[in-house]
Design a protein around this ligand. Sequence first.
Ligand code: F3S
Length: 707
Amino acid sequence: MEIITAKTAGFCFGVRRAVRLAEEAAEKYGACACLGPLIHNDDVVRYLAGLGIRTVNTTAELRPGEPVIIRSHGVGPEVYRELEKLGCPVIDATCTEVARIHDLVKEESAQGRLVVMIGERRHPEVMAVSAWCGGCTVLESPEEAEKWLLEDPERAKLPLSIVSQTTGERKNFENSVKVIKKQCTNLKVFDTICNTTSNRQREAREIASTVDVMIVIGGRHSANTDKLSRVAAEKCERVLLIENASELDLGLLSVAGRVGVTAGASTPEWIIKEVNRKMCDENKTVETVEEETKAAEVVEEIAQEVNEAPAAEEVAPEAPEASFEELLERSIKTLHTGEKVRGVIASITQTEISVDLGTKQSGYIPISEFTDEPGVNVADIIHVGDEIEAYVMRVNDVEGTVMLSKKRLDSVKNWDSIVEARASRAVVEGTVVEENKGGVVVNVKGVRVFVPASQSGLPKDAPMSELLKRKVKLIIREVNQPRRRVVGSIRDVTAIERRAKAEATWNEIEVGKRYHGVVKSLTSYGAFVDIGGVDGMVHVSELSWKRIHQPSEVLKVGDEIDVYVISFDKETKKISLGYKDPSENPWVKFTSTYNVGSVADVRIVKLMTFGAFAEIVPGVDGLIHISQIADRRIGKPEDVLSEGEVVKAKIINIDNENKKVSLSIRALSEPAAPAPEEPEPEEDDGPVVVYDTENPPAPEELPTEEE
Ligand code: F3S
């Protein structure tokens, strides 16, 4: 007897996820309820009951606050509202494919379209979908669709949106759509049949057409198992629907040369295995040479179909041929935790990656076990059909599932490179994934590296959270292999980088060279600026053309500024920097605008006993000697002037060397100066007297008016 088992037989990803979520819920809450049997398989429901999951049929049976699992069929919005009222934590195992239909019908009905669902009226998935769009029309067959349109011809004029039950039979859906399409003018069709279902049905049809007996394993209440039997029956006269191995009547197979096996989405792997084993035991009793030959062919087929294809280099050329039993055993072998396996990616959802391991167990990698890298989009890295290697984390024989982890495998693989990096002090890169009391954890190619706060490169009291999700470079300082503990330092890398930059800066520094730097600190006498691994100082007098008292009046720590080198000393490692823009030099501006004899509007900035200082342009003040304030004798400057007042004054002297200016108001009220050929020296202002407006001379040092 040749046995052909469908590759698509067994749990679909929606059911597998539901069972996993239920197990996790049982572990977390101890006891919970499930709204309806989690899957259409009594053995699995019994197993879950053993974990503390009771099945209830309505929300009325729930206890307030009791955790509730929503199965993959989904529920309507009113159920969520009731659960909220009851304060029940919800473990939502609604299949993502089904949830997609909920969103779709909600949107279509919001647009004023009538939703028509091709499916079974009493199926929980169909009832939930209907609830999401405020009630939809359910048609079970093309005949029903025809009747519905005949009943009221106005229906054909309505805007219709057609969806299908995920486990619906494709032919039934397509024929129903055909009927409606003939009459309806405003129609949108959404093929929402789940791929898993259609693939399973297609394979069942293919196998059924080549075998004498087709065995369909699954719950009798399961819609998709029922459809699977119907699909198989189209191609094979003898279809046996069984729930488990105990229902298999081997007598019915006695005359069968080829037997096909498929199973519904709720059938756990171990039941399929048991059915296969039972048939295999029967096969063993067949002793004829002819049957042995057949068995060898089956062995080959099973080996090809279900065994993990070993890598070419792993195949020993002289390997003795495996026996039928060995190969079959291998095909249904149980994987072990910690084992490294290789498989092909079968599907990628938002929560997990399905991996075809070539064995009868279905592998899956929860997204959290794929990588530790934050913000990674898995679909950008891997694709359906790609080969992938992973570690077995947990084997669930009841479900026939294997939880895998790629990140653990990566971590092991990359451990060696971390040890090497420690030895060579090479710089490695990683992403900060965690913050804890003492520092941060950096993921370096799957290896968790602890960076103490003191090595984080952040200032003492800065919050470590600043580093979260950032890519950082670090040096591995310590590797403790037995404890698998790795310690790294970000600061070491910054120090190395700074040293390299400093060397480059010292090599090319020259007077006048301009740098774009960052203000690192401020003191009362100046600002320290990092110009590339080296700090230079800008003296307070070099910060502004205006009179300032503190560097903080102009700069703050962290400012990015342009500076130029005034002087430097490689021996003492000191650099003096300038920040004031030479083109903004107020003296240059002043001398290019004014000459001796010019009249300017000046602002009185300070009154002294010997005169008044007045601002001519910002940054240049001139002195109006008391004798030059008025055309009469005055006691003190404030008798005539006040601070802030703007007056007209004549520039009577400019001392370029000492950058000082003398002004006179009196000169503007005096008669025009005599002709040059008749100078009157006694009327002259006398020798030019200049004043340092910053450090005015003491009154006794000042010349008298006569002098
Ligand atoms: Fe979901 Fe498709 Fe299974 S809809 S529950 S993955 S059959």
